[in-house]
Design a protein around this ligand. Structure first.
Ligand code: FAD
Length: 476
């Protein structure tokens, strides 16, 4: 029998359009399918709690899909290089195939592993299964990484579009099964307390549901996306982000499905996938992006330290209904609508003057789609310190944002039940509502729902003063 090849699964938990799996299938070599839970290599960016919940279910789904091809999924825990060493020795594998990750810690680790294994005569193949375009190949006119989205996206489109997705193999040869861990022993799911009820109600991780969501969105909703995407109460967005992060669906498959269903009308949606590409491009070019502002002047920004304000934000108790709805949505479901992310993040950074890294951390732990590139890119964009970012002096007004994008207050009602009976006219500014309106709605400000923890106009003035203080500081 030919020597087996290991496919090392990471954030590519699918069989469709999986270059590593297809390469082994084409070679005819027996397959050893591995997932290694490596909590050491990421350092501070070890997977957060909501992501671990997702991972458990996604691995269950992948295991079942592989089992249908007669291939067991081997689970091992530990530093990836040691796990691979052990498995190569046990199985006599001739090579290891994987799809690339773009987190700086993973790029460092994987290139070391590749060099070591190749030096020992093993075949190591890595391919791009996570992005439409290889981020380090895209360069501006001066040969540098892009700093502005529009020319970046034009350069992406000028390549003629992404490659066509590869269909899942219909058959694979399995190598004799090596032993592995039981998934339950990894304790990825919460137990006491079990906070995952809302996640279970909102999501079904795995390739099948990712595909179902994509097909449904492309067939019925992608044409309306451009307008509908900004309204958090509706069904305007695809909610594919956790599926994309864990690689249960490939962006090439998304591109192909959207183009086939909607043609040009799908371009506003594909442009958002372009932001995902841009964030990864920025992260590859700036490996310290998760920790440090791309705009180095922000090193001198006078951030505050205010644990009480931070706790109010985290718990959705700021007194600004749209911000609180956003923060409770993520706590309950592991997801937050993009408009709500922008408003809630802006509130932390500008109204409360708390460092964007603190919010980034909270999102890292609570989002099921927590993604190092998109999360740090999103926070830097909102904070005004990133590439092609919203200017710092643009301070979102959470009341006006609510009235514009949640005009009936349905998003607030769903996530902040104590305001559910308040008339739409007052739902984004309950502190201005007449006493009898509040009474009829059962709202007692300061008791059933907090008053605003900061005054918008004063907070805005304070944020702009802080920005001026930073600008007056000597250059870094
Ligand atoms: P859709 O609107 O349906 O978009 C389709 C896909 O395009 C998304 O699934 C996502 O992969 C990509 N996308 C859309 N908008 C963006 C964007 N602004 N930046 C990068 N990619 C985008 N996205 C994450 O995937 N993980 C994160 O950890 C994350 N953190 C964020 C933090 C902040 C402060 C902000 C402002 C944004 C963040 N985003 C993050 C981007 C965006 O909010 C989500 O991708 C989006 O809300 C996911 O919902 P969806 O799949 O329905 O998006």
């Amino acid at each position: 029998m030919a020597r087996p090849v290991i496919v090392w699964f990471r954030n590519d938990l699918r069989l469709d359009d999986n270059p590593a799996v297809v390469a082994v299938a084409r070679s005819g070599a027996p397959l050893v399918a591995l997932y290694a839970l490596d909590d050491d290599s990421p350092g501070p960016w070890r997977m957060g709690a909501a992501s671990r919940w997702w991972l458990h279910h996604s691995l269950t789904a992948l295991g079942a899909d592989l089992a249908r091809l007669g291939v067991p999924l081997t689970l091992r825990r530990g530093r990836a290089e040691f796990v691979l060493e052990g498995l190569i020795e046990e199985t006599g594998a001739a090579g290891v195939y994987w799809n690339r990750l773009y987190e700086p810690w993973a790029m460092r680790r994987d290139s070391e592993i590749k060099a070591n294994l190749r030096a020992r005569g093993l075949t190591v193949e890595s391919d791009n299964g996570a992005l439409l375009f290889e981020p380090s190949r895209l360069r501006n006119g001066q040969g540098n990484a892009f700093k502005v989205f529009s020319p970046f996206w034009r350069a992406c489109l000028a390549t003629g579009g992404p490659a066509a997705p590869l269909p899942a193999p219909k058959a694979m040869t399995a190598a004799p099964a090596p032993g592995g861990d039981a998934l339950a022993d990894w304790r990825l799911l919460p137990t006491k307390p079990d906070w995952a009820q809302g996640l279970r109600e909102s999501w079904r991780p795995g390739e099948a549901d990712a595909r179902r969501r994509l097909v449904e969105f492309a067939a019925t909703r992608v044409g309306a996306y451009k307008v509908a995407r900004d309204f958090p109460a509706g069904e305007g967005v695809s909610r594919l982000s956790p599926h994309l992060h864990f690689g249960e669906v490939s962006p090439r498959r998304v591109w192909a499905e959207v183009m086939a269903a909607a043609g040009e009308a799908g371009l506003p949606y594909l442009r958002e996938l372009g932001w995902r590409e841009f964030c990864h491009h920025l992260l590859v070019a700036n490996p310290d992006m998760p920790e440090r502002a791309l705009d180095k002047r922000f090193g001198a920004f006078p951030w505050r330290d205010d644990p009480a304000a931070l706790a109010a934000w985290q718990r959705g108790q700021t007194g600004y209904p749209l911000v609180d709805a956003a923060m409770r949505e993520v706590w309950r479901t592991g997801y937050m609508h993009n408009r709500a992310r922008m408003v809630a993040a802006s509130f932390l950074v500008k109204h409360l003057l708390l460092p964007w890294q603190v919010g980034e951390r909270w999102f890292w732990d609570t989002l099921v789609d927590a993604d190092l590139a998109n999360n740090s890119g999103g926070w830097q964009w909102v904070a005004g310190c990133g590439a092609d970012a919203a200017p710092y002096f643009r301070v979102f007004n959470p009341v006006l944002q609510g009235e514009k994008f949640d005009p009936e207050g349905d998003y607030v009602r769903r996530n902040v039940p104590e305001l559910a009976k308040l008339e739409a006219r007052w739902i984004h500014r309950p502190w201005e509502a007449p006493a009898d309106v509040l009474r009829r709605a059962g709202v007692r400000l300061g008791e059933t729902y907090p008053g605003p923890i900061v005054d918008h106009a004063r907070a805005r003035a304070r944020a702009l003063a802080a920005f001026e203080e930073m600008r007056a500081a000597p250059p870094p």
